[in-house]
Design a binder for this molecule. Structure first.
Ligand code: NAP
Length: 291
């Protein structure tokens, strides 16, 4: 591409950001559409977020993604915030508007789009969420919003699971969500019901790839479909356990892809079809040495 005075700039604010695959996703989409747009990593050292955003604003950057550790910290700097991002309490995409940036969360719509593509629905499901961190909380809200029949939040620290469950029940109706400490999973084993499980802890992430939060095959026999939001490694111990016990298993790569695609759509107004999404997915995996 030719970079000139008209080139629109997008980028990823976080710290560190050197390992990110987002430039591959966005620069490939821009090339496909012939957009005069470039996407670059924008490392903002601790304490520099405000200055970084003011600089982006001054240079008229079109949009940004926001990653660890700034997904919540960025909110006070925004001109506006999308209702879903506000409810989740985390912003991963900034869109240029008159007078400042508006914040969105495309992680959850990204997961939802990945699930739709995999033929996995949420409505009427018993949803089991492993973890109660930032992403697990957002997944609980997603599950409630799309009509889960029951939501169980299982976490090492029970108090955090309770906080998420209380919030879901306050917003979507009492009794929908239930919190369990990790050791209490045995209470899920009796009965016929099966779960759509979403693994939203860090356990099993590279380099500790041999680990899963729970090893008991009894729990995995209760899971008909398991999503691990981890994408490195692409096959986690959790996924192996789900498959070994008869379920379908997916990793977090498609969520990563679609959060980027939805951000790109917000910035440019493009509507990325499935053929292009598949092409971007191949490029993304190639860049991650997974192809
Ligand atoms: P977070 O807020 O730090 O939460 C981490 C969660 O993992 C907590 O529930 C924590 O339990 C649990 N945990 C950590 N170590 C544990 C251990 N040794 N044993 C049991 N539980 C443990 O992290 P997050 O931002 O929510 O991210 C969670 C996961 O989502 C990460 O694996 C991340 O890679 C993934 N993710 C994927 C995508 C994607 O696009 N695919 C996007 C964002 C995040 P406690 O509460 O007890 O500490």
């Amino acid at each position: 591409m030719t970079i000139d005075a008209e080139t629109k700039v997008c980028g990823l604010i976080g710290y560190p950001v050197g390992h990110s695959v987002s430039p591959v996703i966005h620069n490939n989409l821009a090339e496909h559409y012939g957009q005069n747009l470039v996407y670059v990593p924008l490392p903002a050292a601790p304490g520099k977020l405000g200055e970084a955003l003011a600089g982006a604003d001054a240079f008229d950057f079109l949009g940004m993604n926001v990653t660890v550790p700034y997904k919540s910290e960025v909110i006070p700097y925004l001109k506006g915030i999308d209702p879903l991002a506000k409810r989740i309490g985390a912003v991963n995409t900034l869109v240029r508007t008159e007078g400042g940036y508006k914040g969105y969360n495309t992680d959850m719509p990204g997961l939802y789009r990945a699930m739709c593509g995999d033929g996995v629905g949420i409505e009427g499901e018993n949803v089991l969420i492993l973890g109660a961190g930032g992403v697990a909380r957002a997944v609980a809200i997603l599950a409630a919003r799309y009509g889960a029949a029951r939501i169980v939040i299982l976490n090492r620290t029970l108090e955090k699971a309770q906080k998420v469950a209380e919030e879901v029940n306050r917003t979507f109706g009492p009794g929908l969500a239930q919190a369990l400490g990790a050791g209490a999973y045995a209470s899920l084993l009796p009965g016929e019901e099966k779960f759509l499980a979403i693994q939203a802890t860090n356990v099993g992430m590279f380099p500790r790839t041999e680990e899963a939060v729970i090893e008991d095959p009894g729990l995995y026999r209760k899971i008909h479909t398991g999503y691990d939001l981890i994408f490195n490694p692409p096959e986690t111990r959790f996924m192996t356990l789900v498959r070994e016990n008869g379920g379908r298993a997916f990793n977090g790569l498609k969520m990563l892809l679609y959060q980027g695609i939805i951000a790109h759509e917000l910035w440019t107004g493009a509507s990325v079809d499935e053929a292009l999404a598949e092409k971007a997915f191949t490029e993304m995996k190639r860049a991650m040495h997974l192809e």
